[in-house]
Design a protein around this ligand. Structure first.
Ligand SMILES: [Zn+2]
Length: 350
């Protein structure tokens, strides 16, 4: 199992603890972490530390002030987020933030503004933030949450301290998903392994029934049927059919290719005799039967490819994912990938 340690997050916590202790908090920070890694939780935790006057400890029973921050009801802690899923923070949002920034605070020792998905702010919205950064109001901390610096204008970046939060651990993703109580436990464990520290990615996989998809993909690859390559191609194409538009279909196709790659990586792990806890597709849970069936499929997969073949296929898959992203024909790429997989399978066959 992974450790519970999240080095990036722990370092960032310690950094802020020290800055607060020495009274050296900056006016503005950009908190960087992958999509779906609950940067907002980190920001709220920091806001609580700043607002709380009872010395509440994380995870312990919190005071009325901390509860206010947690529930988003503290008048001095404002969260600015896109109005809708997939939307962006626009100029009206940050103009309001600029207005509030220079008003007196209500009850807390300072004011905190948290801008969610700051790297997806429109440029006009960023210009309003920039105005605030150029004339920082007293006792105010601005936290810009971003997946990367790419979408932020240089003038904003240069006025902020950049703090990298890193990924969530597999355990954090798993316990968050378990808390939501929406998906079966054995699938949650599996999705957490494939999540790369992103709760949203894990949710996307669960909603798309990706565990079952991977079972079917493994089954198609080990199948001896003469049209097994076509069956694999159809599975790959089918995974993206839930996508609402071209963009979504491409995202799901890239995900489908990625899932296939996890199966091959697992086969390689078995061949090289690396510790089995590194396997992606073996479910760690009480559902022993399910776990056994799945690892059996992967065991059979590992006999069908030579390690060199897998090492050849993995970069080829990455290359095809880039092509999907570049708007090339999805059906053609699925056919092509399936063909490559079966070519290598035939090579290794005795
Ligand atoms: Zn408190």
């Amino acid at each position: 199992m992974d450790t519970y340690l999240e080095p990036g997050r722990e370092t960032a916590r310690e950094f802020f603890r020290r800055s607060i202790r020495h009274g050296r908090l900056a006016h503005a920070y950009i908190l960087i972490g992958p999509e779906g890694s609950r940067k907002i939780d980190f920001a709220l935790e920091l806001a609580k530390t700043l607002m709380c006057e009872s010395g509440c400890k994380p995870g312990a029973v919190s005071c009325a002030v901390c509860r206010q921050v947690e529930s988003g009801n503290h008048p001095d802690v404002r969260i600015i987020a896109p109005a809708s899923a997939g939307g962006r923070v626009v100029i009206d949002d940050t103009r309001e933030m600029r207005r509030l920034a220079y008003l007196a605070r209500f009850q807390g020792p300072c004011k905190v503004f948290i801008v969610s998905q700051a790297d997806r702010m429109t440029e006009a919205a960023q210009n309003q933030v920039l105005k605030v950064l150029e004339e920082p109001p007293e006792n105010t901390v601005i936290l810009l949450l971003a997946a990367s610096l790419a979408g932020l204008v240089e003038t904003v970046i240069s006025r902020c301290a950049v703090v990298r939060l890193g990924r969530l651990s597999r355990e954090s993703v798993q316990s968050e998903l378990a808390r939501q109580d929406e998906f079966p436990a054995e699938q949650v464990a599996w999705a957490a392994r494939l999540s790369r520290g992103s709760i949203s990615r894990a949710e996307r996989l669960l909603r798309a029934d990706a565990a079952e998809f991977n079972n079917l993909v493994a089954g198609a690859i080990i199948s001896d049927a003469p049209d097994a390559d076509m069956a694999l191609a159809d599975l790959l194409k089918g995974f993206s059919s839930a996508g609402r538009d071209n963009r979504q279909r491409r995202v799901l196709t890239i995900e489908a290719f990625d899932l296939l790659a996890t199966l091959l990586r697992d086969a390689l792990i078995i061949q090289l005799d690396i510790a089995s806890e590194n396997l992606y597709n073996v479910v760690v849970s009480d559902e022993k039967r399910d776990a056994a069936a799945r690892s059996d499929n992967i065991g059979r997969l590992s006999l069908l490819f030579a390690p060199d073949d897998i090492l050849d296929l993995l970069p080829a898959i990455a290359d095809m994912q880039r092509r999907v992203d570049q708007n090339l024909n999805i059906e053609l790429l699925c056919d092509c990938l399936s063909q490559r997989v079966f070519e290598h399978k035939m090579k290794a066959a005795p």
